[in-house]
Design a protein around this ligand. Sequence first.
Ligand SMILES: CCCCCCCCCCCCCC(=O)O
Length: 132
Amino acid sequence: MAFDGTWKVDRNDNYDKFMEQMGVNVVKRKLAEHDNLKITIEQNGDKFQIKESSTFRTKDINFTLGVVFDYSLADGTEVSGSWEMEGDMLKGKFTRKDNNKVLTTTRTLVGGELVQMYNYEGVDAKRVFKKQ
Ligand SMILES: CCCCCCCCCCCCCC(=O)O
């Protein structure tokens, strides 16, 4: 389906400020800016299989649209939430387990690139991925 494939991060916008708002320390932020994040997405109906790999880790994630699942961010922060499909956009809403604050994120395809937007406590960021 449309999001299927392997996507490698190409550029970031305001990601450092976003991570700072998330409470990530400066050392981890500097590493995370250049994490070479690669995500492989396979969608079957409302089920998604994601393979995530970066300089920090490799991780397999399976989720169903509209069904809450647990996920740990690369810095160890635990969240719980779900993805929904709205038109051509994947919309995610995840709640941090440590403070109950909400992180929202979207994935869309724009001009052949996968654009992931993030928001946490008023700070937006964007990561743009190119298909491998
Ligand atoms: C401190 C680093 C913040 C990175 C924010 C990542 C937000 C990820 C939202 C949940 C992703 C679930 C798994 C997935 O679909 O790839």
